[in-house]
Design a protein around this ligand. Structure first.
Ligand SMILES: Nc1ncnc2c1ncn2[C@@H]1O[C@H](COP(=O)(O)OP(=O)(O)OP(=O)(O)O)[C@@H](O)[C@H]1O
Length: 352
């Protein structure tokens, strides 16, 4: 059945779900678009602030109705308090209480960037693998719900298995436990979830995955600062964030914004990684500091954050990543692997 037909069938079924105050969910103005992918069904019910609990039974019924039609798909129905009515998280506001850890996970390190395309996902994958190479049990979560790249970078195939109790079994990839919303989409399909659905999707990936016991969970964040970041940092104990930047970007205006947000939300900034820092010629192996040296250290010092190290600009990083074999696995003794390993070691020292 086409995804749109299934969405329409679900909407029809929601006509039998009563909502507080009379009426049914299908015609309720707060019902979002119903998103259907090969692995998931997601929609949100926007309610006035204070009405969240009253809508609980309607949500549960909606969940059942969607599950009955959705087969093996994972159903995510979230209730969200209407934006206009909810308290704003504004500059200088105190961080809300209620951050909780993730069961079985000792440390959470998120990888972020001020803007897109700086190599954040590539860095997150190779950093996670380098932490594993230091003997840690490592998980990797692709929280870049709008542009998931983990399936490609790790060569993940197929959807993650879902247990009878609805919990995801993560993929095993080069010794990591990995999960990505991208695995639940068909290739080329864009995620068009609006804020509340995206944050609820992230919450489920984070909390309803069988991580087992992990020393560290690395989270690949979306670029910039948005709903996903705020939701994650409000709800979850994150040990810190690593910021990836490129030398061209070292005015660091965008990174500065990300750091400001982290500080306001009381999330430690673990340090700066300078990606595509210097060039290694593929033929001679010679190093060229094409952007000069010392800029990143200086920028990190200006921002009062630790400098975790540079990663060279190497053709093989792109080629191996595109082929689904991370560079630290493809060439474990190469200069790129050494760079990621040095960063992982500094990070471990920062965390312990
Ligand atoms: N050090 C490097 N040397 C060579 N190529 C690199 C390096 N780091 C990343 N790349 C390449 O740059 C491109 C962008 O990298 P990546 O997808 O990791 O960026 P991103 O910041 O996560 O992007 P997005 O914002 O889209 O999620 C990819 O083609 C990747 O292979």
């Amino acid at each position: 059945m086409a995804d749109t037909d299934l969405a329409a069938q679900i909407r029809t079924a929601l006509a039998r779900v009563e909502i507080p105050g009379g009426g049914d969910l299908a015609t309720y103005a707060g019902l979002s678009e119903i998103i259907v992918t090969p692995g998931a069904i997601a929609f949100a019910i926007a309610v006035a602030t204070g009405m969240e609990a009253a809508f609980g039974p309607a949500r549960d019924e909606a969940q059942k109705a969607a599950q009955a039609l959705g087969g093996a798909r994972k159903v995510m129905v979230s209730i969200t308090a209407e934006k206009g009515n909810s308290p704003k998280f504004s500059h200088g506001a105190p961080v809300p209480a209620g951050k909780t850890p993730v069961k079985g996970v000792r440390r959470i390190v998120a990888v972020g960037s001020g803007k897109g395309g700086v190599g954040k996902s590539t860095t997150a994958v190779n950093l996670a693998l380098s932490l594993a190479a230091e003997g840690l049990k490592v998980g990797l979560l692709d929280a870049d719900l709008y542009g998931p790249s983990l399936p490609k970078l790790l060569g993940l195939e197929g959807k993650p298995a879902i247990r009878d109790d609805g919990i995801f079994t993560p993929h095993a990839a080069f010794g990591l436990k990995a999960i990505s919303i991208g695995s639940m989409l068909v290739p080329g399909q864009a995620v068009v979830w609006r804020g509340p659905m995206a944050t609820s999707g992230l919450r489920q990936l984070l909390r309803e995955t069988a991580w087992g016991e992990l020393d560290v969970l690395v989270i690949d964040l979306p670029p910039g600062t948005g709903d996903i970041h705020i939701a994650l940092f409000q709800q979850t104990v994150v040990d810190g964030v690593v910021i990836v930047s490129t030398p061209q970007d070292l005015a660091l205006i965008d990174a500065q914004k990300a750091i400001d947000m982290l500080r306001r939300m009381s999330v430690p900034v673990l340090g700066l990684i300078e990606n595509m820092s210097y060039f290694i010629a593929p033929d001679t192996g010679n190093r060229y500091d094409i952007f000069g040296t010392g800029g990143a250290e200086q920028a990190a010092a200006d921002l009062a954050i630790p400098f975790l190290g540079p990663v060279p600009l190497v053709m093989s990083i792109r080629e191996n990543s595109d082929a689904g074999t991370p560079p630290v696995i493809a060439a474990p003794t190469g200069p790129e692997a050494a760079a990621y390993r040095a960063i992982a070691q500094r990070l471990i020292a920062t965390l312990t």
